[in-house]
Design a protein around this ligand. Structure first.
Ligand code: S3P
Length: 442
Protein backbone atom coordinates (compact mmCIF):
# COMPACT_ATOMS: atom_id res chain seq x y z
CA UNK A 1 0.00 0.00 0.00
CA UNK A 2 1.39 3.40 -0.96
CA UNK A 3 1.70 6.37 1.37
CA UNK A 4 -1.02 8.07 -0.66
CA UNK A 5 -3.59 5.74 0.91
CA UNK A 6 -3.22 7.71 4.09
CA UNK A 7 -4.66 10.98 2.84
CA UNK A 8 -8.41 11.29 3.12
CA UNK A 9 -10.65 14.11 1.91
CA UNK A 10 -13.78 14.80 3.88
CA UNK A 11 -16.29 17.09 2.16
CA UNK A 12 -19.43 18.48 3.78
CA UNK A 13 -22.60 18.40 1.71
CA UNK A 14 -24.06 21.41 -0.05
CA UNK A 15 -22.65 24.89 -0.59
CA UNK A 16 -21.86 26.77 -3.75
CA UNK A 17 -18.84 28.03 -5.68
CA UNK A 18 -18.24 31.74 -6.20
CA UNK A 19 -15.44 34.19 -6.87
CA UNK A 20 -12.58 34.17 -9.32
CA UNK A 21 -9.83 31.54 -9.46
CA UNK A 22 -6.82 30.64 -11.55
CA UNK A 23 -6.11 26.92 -11.36
CA UNK A 24 -2.49 25.68 -11.70
CA UNK A 25 -0.62 25.45 -14.99
CA UNK A 26 -1.26 22.95 -17.73
CA UNK A 27 0.41 19.63 -17.01
CA UNK A 28 0.96 18.59 -20.63
CA UNK A 29 2.53 21.92 -21.56
CA UNK A 30 4.66 22.00 -18.39
CA UNK A 31 6.21 18.60 -19.20
CA UNK A 32 6.98 19.63 -22.75
CA UNK A 33 8.50 22.96 -21.71
CA UNK A 34 11.14 21.11 -19.68
CA UNK A 35 11.85 18.56 -22.40
CA UNK A 36 12.20 20.99 -25.29
CA UNK A 37 13.83 23.71 -23.17
CA UNK A 38 16.50 21.20 -22.10
CA UNK A 39 17.27 20.19 -25.70
CA UNK A 40 17.27 23.77 -27.00
CA UNK A 41 20.20 26.06 -27.59
CA UNK A 42 19.94 29.01 -25.21
CA UNK A 43 17.93 29.82 -22.10
CA UNK A 44 14.18 29.14 -21.94
CA UNK A 45 12.05 31.08 -19.46
CA UNK A 46 8.81 29.42 -18.37
CA UNK A 47 6.05 31.13 -16.40
CA UNK A 48 2.91 29.47 -15.03
CA UNK A 49 4.75 26.12 -14.70
CA UNK A 50 2.77 23.44 -12.87
CA UNK A 51 4.57 22.67 -9.60
CA UNK A 52 2.88 19.29 -9.34
CA UNK A 53 4.60 15.97 -8.73
CA UNK A 54 4.26 14.82 -12.36
CA UNK A 55 5.89 17.82 -14.03
CA UNK A 56 8.44 17.99 -11.20
CA UNK A 57 9.37 14.37 -11.99
CA UNK A 58 10.15 15.43 -15.56
CA UNK A 59 12.11 18.43 -14.27
CA UNK A 60 14.15 16.24 -11.93
CA UNK A 61 14.84 13.71 -14.70
CA UNK A 62 16.46 16.42 -16.82
CA UNK A 63 18.43 17.74 -13.87
CA UNK A 64 19.68 14.19 -13.39
CA UNK A 65 20.80 14.29 -17.02
CA UNK A 66 22.95 17.35 -16.37
CA UNK A 67 20.62 20.19 -17.31
CA UNK A 68 20.77 23.30 -15.12
CA UNK A 69 17.19 24.23 -14.27
CA UNK A 70 16.47 27.14 -11.90
CA UNK A 71 13.24 27.16 -9.92
CA UNK A 72 10.40 26.51 -9.88
CA UNK A 73 9.55 29.57 -7.87
CA UNK A 74 6.01 30.89 -8.16
CA UNK A 75 5.70 29.04 -11.45
CA UNK A 76 8.88 30.47 -12.92
CA UNK A 77 11.42 28.03 -14.31
CA UNK A 78 14.61 28.89 -16.19
CA UNK A 79 16.11 26.12 -18.29
CA UNK A 80 19.68 26.38 -19.51
CA UNK A 81 19.40 24.29 -22.66
CA UNK A 82 22.20 21.88 -23.51
CA UNK A 83 21.37 21.37 -27.19
CA UNK A 84 20.15 18.23 -28.97
CA UNK A 85 23.21 16.19 -27.99
CA UNK A 86 24.14 17.72 -24.64
CA UNK A 87 22.30 15.43 -22.19
CA UNK A 88 24.47 13.31 -19.91
CA UNK A 89 23.89 9.79 -18.65
CA UNK A 90 22.07 9.87 -15.29
CA UNK A 91 23.75 8.00 -12.46
CA UNK A 92 20.58 6.21 -11.42
CA UNK A 93 17.29 5.13 -12.95
CA UNK A 94 14.96 8.04 -13.69
CA UNK A 95 11.98 7.83 -11.33
CA UNK A 96 8.88 9.22 -13.02
CA UNK A 97 6.49 8.56 -10.15
CA UNK A 98 2.87 8.46 -11.31
CA UNK A 99 3.47 10.22 -14.62
CA UNK A 100 2.54 8.39 -17.81
CA UNK A 101 3.34 11.44 -19.92
CA UNK A 102 6.90 11.59 -18.57
CA UNK A 103 7.51 7.92 -19.22
CA UNK A 104 6.02 7.71 -22.70
CA UNK A 105 7.53 10.94 -24.01
CA UNK A 106 10.93 10.24 -22.47
CA UNK A 107 11.00 6.77 -24.02
CA UNK A 108 11.06 8.37 -27.46
CA UNK A 109 13.41 11.19 -26.54
CA UNK A 110 15.90 8.89 -24.78
CA UNK A 111 15.86 6.26 -27.53
CA UNK A 112 17.84 8.80 -29.58
CA UNK A 113 20.58 9.46 -27.00
CA UNK A 114 24.08 8.07 -26.92
CA UNK A 115 23.73 6.56 -23.41
CA UNK A 116 21.63 3.91 -21.66
CA UNK A 117 18.80 4.86 -19.29
CA UNK A 118 16.27 3.07 -17.11
CA UNK A 119 12.82 4.51 -16.44
CA UNK A 120 10.86 3.49 -13.35
CA UNK A 121 7.57 4.58 -11.81
CA UNK A 122 5.15 3.95 -8.96
CA UNK A 123 2.80 0.96 -8.75
CA UNK A 124 0.16 2.55 -10.97
CA UNK A 125 2.64 3.65 -13.66
CA UNK A 126 4.38 0.26 -13.53
CA UNK A 127 1.14 -1.43 -14.52
CA UNK A 128 0.29 0.85 -17.45
CA UNK A 129 0.75 -0.31 -21.05
CA UNK A 130 4.05 0.80 -22.62
CA UNK A 131 4.05 -1.38 -25.77
CA UNK A 132 2.06 1.33 -27.47
CA UNK A 133 5.32 3.31 -27.52
CA UNK A 134 7.99 0.61 -27.35
CA UNK A 135 6.63 -1.28 -30.40
CA UNK A 136 6.69 1.65 -32.85
CA UNK A 137 9.96 2.91 -31.34
CA UNK A 138 11.45 -0.55 -32.02
CA UNK A 139 10.32 -0.16 -35.65
CA UNK A 140 12.40 3.03 -35.72
CA UNK A 141 15.42 1.06 -34.48
CA UNK A 142 15.18 1.74 -30.73
CA UNK A 143 16.18 -0.96 -28.26
CA UNK A 144 13.92 -0.88 -25.22
CA UNK A 145 13.41 -3.75 -22.78
CA UNK A 146 10.20 -3.78 -20.75
CA UNK A 147 8.69 -6.40 -18.42
CA UNK A 148 7.04 -9.46 -19.95
CA UNK A 149 3.73 -7.62 -19.55
CA UNK A 150 5.06 -4.71 -21.63
CA UNK A 151 5.27 -2.31 -18.72
CA UNK A 152 7.91 -0.37 -16.77
CA UNK A 153 10.73 -0.53 -15.74
CA UNK A 154 11.95 0.34 -19.24
CA UNK A 155 15.60 -0.14 -20.08
CA UNK A 156 16.57 2.02 -23.02
CA UNK A 157 19.77 1.21 -24.87
CA UNK A 158 21.64 4.26 -26.08
CA UNK A 159 23.52 4.65 -29.34
CA UNK A 160 20.84 3.06 -31.53
CA UNK A 161 20.57 4.44 -35.03
CA UNK A 162 16.98 5.55 -35.54
CA UNK A 163 15.16 5.84 -38.86
CA UNK A 164 11.90 7.65 -39.51
CA UNK A 165 8.76 5.56 -39.98
CA UNK A 166 5.27 6.20 -41.27
CA UNK A 167 3.08 5.07 -38.37
CA UNK A 168 -0.70 4.81 -38.33
CA UNK A 169 -1.54 4.98 -34.59
CA UNK A 170 -3.98 2.26 -33.52
CA UNK A 171 -5.17 4.37 -30.54
CA UNK A 172 -5.79 8.11 -30.46
CA UNK A 173 -2.94 8.99 -28.10
CA UNK A 174 -1.03 12.26 -27.85
CA UNK A 175 1.54 10.50 -25.70
CA UNK A 176 2.30 7.98 -28.43
CA UNK A 177 2.34 10.66 -31.14
CA UNK A 178 4.65 12.85 -29.05
CA UNK A 179 6.97 9.98 -28.17
CA UNK A 180 7.49 9.15 -31.84
CA UNK A 181 7.95 12.79 -32.84
CA UNK A 182 10.59 13.24 -30.11
CA UNK A 183 12.40 10.10 -31.33
CA UNK A 184 11.96 11.48 -34.85
CA UNK A 185 14.10 14.50 -33.91
CA UNK A 186 17.01 12.05 -33.72
CA UNK A 187 16.02 9.80 -36.63
CA UNK A 188 17.28 9.77 -40.16
CA UNK A 189 14.62 10.88 -42.61
CA UNK A 190 10.99 11.71 -41.99
CA UNK A 191 8.86 10.46 -39.11
CA UNK A 192 5.12 10.54 -39.80
CA UNK A 193 2.33 9.72 -37.36
CA UNK A 194 -1.28 9.39 -38.50
CA UNK A 195 -3.96 9.98 -35.87
CA UNK A 196 -7.20 7.98 -35.93
CA UNK A 197 -8.82 11.03 -34.25
CA UNK A 198 -7.44 14.44 -33.24
CA UNK A 199 -5.40 14.39 -30.02
CA UNK A 200 -3.79 17.24 -28.07
CA UNK A 201 -1.22 18.99 -30.25
CA UNK A 202 0.95 20.74 -27.66
CA UNK A 203 4.10 18.97 -28.86
CA UNK A 204 3.65 20.15 -32.43
CA UNK A 205 2.83 23.71 -31.34
CA UNK A 206 5.75 23.90 -28.97
CA UNK A 207 8.22 22.41 -31.47
CA UNK A 208 7.16 25.16 -33.86
CA UNK A 209 7.66 27.72 -31.07
CA UNK A 210 11.24 26.43 -30.64
CA UNK A 211 11.77 26.90 -34.37
CA UNK A 212 11.45 23.23 -35.40
CA UNK A 213 9.28 22.61 -38.45
CA UNK A 214 6.40 20.17 -38.01
CA UNK A 215 4.06 19.57 -40.93
CA UNK A 216 0.40 18.64 -40.60
CA UNK A 217 -1.50 17.26 -43.59
CA UNK A 218 -4.98 16.31 -42.39
CA UNK A 219 -4.43 13.62 -39.78
CA UNK A 220 -0.75 13.10 -40.75
CA UNK A 221 1.92 14.84 -38.68
CA UNK A 222 5.52 14.76 -39.91
CA UNK A 223 8.95 16.06 -39.08
CA UNK A 224 12.49 15.49 -40.36
CA UNK A 225 15.25 14.46 -38.01
CA UNK A 226 18.51 16.28 -37.49
CA UNK A 227 17.31 19.84 -36.80
CA UNK A 228 17.85 22.00 -33.76
CA UNK A 229 15.72 23.82 -31.20
CA UNK A 230 16.16 27.47 -30.29
CA UNK A 231 15.22 28.61 -26.77
CA UNK A 232 12.08 30.69 -26.33
CA UNK A 233 9.75 31.95 -23.59
CA UNK A 234 6.72 29.91 -22.57
CA UNK A 235 3.67 31.16 -20.65
CA UNK A 236 1.78 28.08 -19.47
CA UNK A 237 -2.00 28.58 -19.37
CA UNK A 238 -4.14 27.26 -16.51
CA UNK A 239 -4.95 23.58 -17.08
CA UNK A 240 -8.42 23.04 -18.54
CA UNK A 241 -8.34 19.58 -16.97
CA UNK A 242 -7.97 21.14 -13.51
CA UNK A 243 -10.51 23.85 -14.33
CA UNK A 244 -12.97 21.05 -15.11
CA UNK A 245 -13.59 20.21 -11.43
CA UNK A 246 -14.71 23.80 -10.89
CA UNK A 247 -16.75 23.86 -14.11
CA UNK A 248 -18.65 20.82 -12.91
CA UNK A 249 -18.85 21.96 -9.29
CA UNK A 250 -20.27 25.39 -10.15
CA UNK A 251 -22.68 23.84 -12.65
CA UNK A 252 -24.19 21.34 -10.19
CA UNK A 253 -24.25 23.57 -7.09
CA UNK A 254 -27.30 25.87 -7.09
CA UNK A 255 -26.61 29.65 -7.06
CA UNK A 256 -22.95 29.25 -8.03
CA UNK A 257 -21.24 31.88 -10.16
CA UNK A 258 -17.52 31.38 -10.69
CA UNK A 259 -14.90 32.91 -12.96
CA UNK A 260 -11.99 30.73 -14.10
CA UNK A 261 -9.10 32.82 -15.38
CA UNK A 262 -6.57 32.24 -18.14
CA UNK A 263 -7.75 28.72 -19.03
CA UNK A 264 -6.04 26.90 -21.90
CA UNK A 265 -8.59 26.50 -24.70
CA UNK A 266 -6.65 24.48 -27.22
CA UNK A 267 -9.29 23.01 -29.57
CA UNK A 268 -7.83 19.53 -29.02
CA UNK A 269 -8.66 19.87 -25.29
CA UNK A 270 -12.04 21.60 -25.15
CA UNK A 271 -14.31 18.54 -25.36
CA UNK A 272 -15.39 19.04 -21.75
CA UNK A 273 -16.94 22.41 -22.58
CA UNK A 274 -18.74 20.97 -25.60
CA UNK A 275 -20.05 18.03 -23.57
CA UNK A 276 -21.18 20.09 -20.56
CA UNK A 277 -22.88 22.61 -22.87
CA UNK A 278 -24.69 19.76 -24.65
CA UNK A 279 -25.95 18.73 -21.21
CA UNK A 280 -27.23 22.27 -20.59
CA UNK A 281 -24.36 23.93 -18.72
CA UNK A 282 -24.07 27.70 -18.62
CA UNK A 283 -20.45 28.50 -19.54
CA UNK A 284 -19.59 31.90 -20.93
CA UNK A 285 -16.26 32.17 -22.74
CA UNK A 286 -14.70 35.64 -22.81
CA UNK A 287 -11.43 37.42 -23.43
CA UNK A 288 -10.19 34.87 -25.94
CA UNK A 289 -6.53 35.47 -26.69
CA UNK A 290 -3.41 33.71 -27.86
CA UNK A 291 -0.56 33.14 -25.43
CA UNK A 292 2.66 31.89 -27.01
CA UNK A 293 0.90 29.76 -29.59
CA UNK A 294 -1.82 28.39 -27.28
CA UNK A 295 -5.38 29.80 -27.14
CA UNK A 296 -6.53 30.99 -23.70
CA UNK A 297 -9.81 32.44 -22.35
CA UNK A 298 -11.69 33.27 -19.14
CA UNK A 299 -14.66 31.06 -18.34
CA UNK A 300 -17.67 32.20 -16.31
CA UNK A 301 -19.76 29.29 -15.11
CA UNK A 302 -23.13 29.52 -13.41
CA UNK A 303 -25.33 26.76 -12.05
CA UNK A 304 -27.62 25.05 -14.50
CA UNK A 305 -30.07 22.18 -14.72
CA UNK A 306 -28.41 19.40 -16.66
CA UNK A 307 -29.93 16.68 -18.83
CA UNK A 308 -28.45 13.31 -19.61
CA UNK A 309 -27.03 12.83 -23.12
CA UNK A 310 -25.37 10.29 -25.34
CA UNK A 311 -21.82 11.67 -25.42
CA UNK A 312 -20.65 12.06 -29.04
CA UNK A 313 -17.73 9.68 -29.63
CA UNK A 314 -15.79 12.34 -31.53
CA UNK A 315 -15.52 14.29 -28.26
CA UNK A 316 -13.87 11.40 -26.37
CA UNK A 317 -10.19 12.11 -27.23
CA UNK A 318 -10.84 15.84 -26.75
CA UNK A 319 -12.06 15.27 -23.17
CA UNK A 320 -10.09 12.14 -22.28
CA UNK A 321 -8.94 13.35 -18.85
CA UNK A 322 -12.21 15.01 -17.93
CA UNK A 323 -14.56 12.01 -17.74
CA UNK A 324 -14.40 11.40 -14.00
CA UNK A 325 -15.77 14.93 -13.46
CA UNK A 326 -18.22 14.62 -16.37
CA UNK A 327 -19.61 11.46 -14.70
CA UNK A 328 -20.39 13.54 -11.59
CA UNK A 329 -22.25 16.01 -13.81
CA UNK A 330 -24.13 13.05 -15.32
CA UNK A 331 -25.07 11.80 -11.84
CA UNK A 332 -26.67 15.21 -11.19
CA UNK A 333 -28.45 15.40 -14.56
CA UNK A 334 -32.05 14.51 -15.37
CA UNK A 335 -32.16 11.25 -17.29
CA UNK A 336 -29.49 8.92 -18.59
CA UNK A 337 -26.00 9.69 -19.86
CA UNK A 338 -24.31 7.13 -22.06
CA UNK A 339 -20.61 7.07 -22.88
CA UNK A 340 -19.18 4.69 -25.51
CA UNK A 341 -15.87 4.47 -27.37
CA UNK A 342 -13.86 5.32 -24.26
CA UNK A 343 -12.01 2.07 -23.46
CA UNK A 344 -8.83 4.15 -23.01
CA UNK A 345 -10.24 5.25 -19.64
CA UNK A 346 -9.52 1.75 -18.36
CA UNK A 347 -5.73 2.28 -18.65
CA UNK A 348 -5.33 5.70 -17.09
CA UNK A 349 -3.94 6.29 -13.57
CA UNK A 350 -6.67 3.86 -12.53
CA UNK A 351 -9.44 2.02 -14.40
CA UNK A 352 -11.52 5.18 -14.47
CA UNK A 353 -14.65 3.47 -15.74
CA UNK A 354 -14.80 0.89 -12.96
CA UNK A 355 -13.53 3.08 -10.14
CA UNK A 356 -16.05 5.82 -10.97
CA UNK A 357 -18.91 3.34 -11.40
CA UNK A 358 -18.10 1.76 -8.01
CA UNK A 359 -17.93 5.13 -6.27
CA UNK A 360 -21.15 6.39 -7.83
CA UNK A 361 -22.98 3.23 -6.79
CA UNK A 362 -21.67 3.70 -3.24
CA UNK A 363 -23.22 7.18 -3.32
CA UNK A 364 -26.59 5.79 -4.39
CA UNK A 365 -26.41 6.44 -8.14
CA UNK A 366 -27.44 3.87 -10.74
CA UNK A 367 -24.20 3.55 -12.75
CA UNK A 368 -23.26 0.59 -14.92
CA UNK A 369 -19.84 0.18 -16.46
CA UNK A 370 -19.63 -1.23 -19.97
CA UNK A 371 -16.56 -2.49 -21.81
CA UNK A 372 -15.91 0.88 -23.46
CA UNK A 373 -17.87 3.32 -21.33
CA UNK A 374 -20.60 3.77 -18.77
CA UNK A 375 -24.34 4.39 -18.36
CA UNK A 376 -25.30 6.77 -15.59
CA UNK A 377 -28.87 7.48 -14.53
CA UNK A 378 -29.06 10.89 -12.92
CA UNK A 379 -30.40 10.81 -9.35
CA UNK A 380 -29.85 11.91 -5.80
CA UNK A 381 -26.33 11.64 -4.39
CA UNK A 382 -26.03 10.25 -0.85
CA UNK A 383 -23.06 10.74 1.41
CA UNK A 384 -20.60 7.88 1.85
CA UNK A 385 -17.00 6.77 1.63
CA UNK A 386 -15.39 6.11 -1.76
CA UNK A 387 -11.90 5.07 -2.84
CA UNK A 388 -10.00 7.11 -5.43
CA UNK A 389 -7.52 4.26 -5.97
CA UNK A 390 -4.73 6.83 -5.88
CA UNK A 391 -6.16 8.57 -8.96
CA UNK A 392 -5.95 12.36 -8.64
CA UNK A 393 -8.81 13.12 -11.00
CA UNK A 394 -11.16 10.67 -9.29
CA UNK A 395 -10.41 12.17 -5.89
CA UNK A 396 -11.17 15.72 -7.06
CA UNK A 397 -14.30 14.65 -8.96
CA UNK A 398 -15.86 13.00 -5.91
CA UNK A 399 -14.91 16.04 -3.82
CA UNK A 400 -17.06 18.23 -6.09
CA UNK A 401 -19.93 15.71 -5.90
CA UNK A 402 -20.48 16.76 -2.27
CA UNK A 403 -21.89 20.07 -3.51
CA UNK A 404 -25.02 18.07 -4.37
CA UNK A 405 -24.93 15.19 -1.88
CA UNK A 406 -27.17 14.74 1.12
CA UNK A 407 -24.36 13.66 3.45
CA UNK A 408 -20.59 13.96 3.93
CA UNK A 409 -18.46 12.38 1.19
CA UNK A 410 -15.19 10.88 2.33
CA UNK A 411 -12.58 10.00 -0.27
CA UNK A 412 -9.66 7.67 0.43
CA UNK A 413 -6.16 7.63 -1.10
CA UNK A 414 -5.95 11.28 -2.18
CA UNK A 415 -2.20 11.96 -1.97
CA UNK A 416 -1.82 11.93 -5.76
CA UNK A 417 -3.98 15.02 -6.13
CA UNK A 418 -0.59 16.75 -5.85
CA UNK A 419 0.51 15.19 -9.15
CA UNK A 420 -1.63 17.64 -11.13
CA UNK A 421 -3.26 20.07 -8.69
CA UNK A 422 -1.12 21.18 -5.76
CA UNK A 423 -3.21 23.41 -3.50
CA UNK A 424 -6.54 21.90 -4.56
CA UNK A 425 -7.94 21.76 -1.03
CA UNK A 426 -7.16 25.38 -0.31
CA UNK A 427 -8.36 26.72 -3.70
CA UNK A 428 -11.56 24.69 -3.52
CA UNK A 429 -12.15 25.91 0.06
CA UNK A 430 -11.65 29.53 -0.98
CA UNK A 431 -14.29 29.05 -3.67
CA UNK A 432 -16.82 27.57 -1.25
CA UNK A 433 -16.26 23.80 -1.00
CA UNK A 434 -16.26 22.64 2.60
CA UNK A 435 -13.33 20.26 2.27
CA UNK A 436 -10.71 19.12 4.74
CA UNK A 437 -7.79 16.79 4.27
CA UNK A 438 -6.91 14.36 7.04
CA UNK A 439 -3.98 12.07 7.50
CA UNK A 440 -0.29 11.66 6.86
CA UNK A 441 1.66 14.77 5.84
CA UNK A 442 -1.04 17.29 6.73
C1 S3P B 1 -1.33 13.54 -22.31
C2 S3P B 1 -2.07 12.79 -23.16
C3 S3P B 1 -3.25 12.01 -22.74
C4 S3P B 1 -3.71 12.39 -21.34
C5 S3P B 1 -2.59 12.57 -20.38
C6 S3P B 1 -1.64 13.63 -20.86
C7 S3P B 1 -0.17 14.29 -22.84
O1 S3P B 1 -2.92 10.63 -22.76
O2 S3P B 1 -4.60 11.41 -20.86
O3 S3P B 1 -3.09 12.95 -19.11
O4 S3P B 1 0.33 15.20 -22.17
O5 S3P B 1 0.24 14.00 -23.98
P1 S3P B 1 -3.09 9.77 -24.12
O6 S3P B 1 -2.49 10.59 -25.17
O7 S3P B 1 -2.36 8.50 -23.89
O8 S3P B 1 -4.56 9.59 -24.27
Amino acid sequence: MSLSSNLLFSVKPGGLLTGSVRVPGDKSISHRSIMLGSLAEGVTHVTGFLEGDDSLATLQAFRNMGVQIDGPEDGVVVIHGVGMHGLKQPELALDLGNSGTSMRLLSGLLAGQGFDTTLVGDTSLSSRPMRRVTDPLAQMGAQIVSTAAGSAPLQIKGGSKLSGIDYPMPVASAQVKSSLLLAGLYAEGITTVTEPAPTRDHTERMLNGFGYQVQRDGSRISLSGGGKLTACDIDVPADISSATFFLVGATIAPDSDLLLQHVGMNPTRDGVINILCLMGANIEVSNRRDVGGEPVADLRVRSATLKGIRIPEDQVPLAIDEFPAIFIAAACAEGETILTGAEELRVKESDRIQVMADGLVTLGIDAQSTEDGIRIQGGKLDGGEVDSHGDHRIAMSFAMAALRSSGVIRIRDCRNVDTSFPGFVSLASTSGLEITAEGEGI
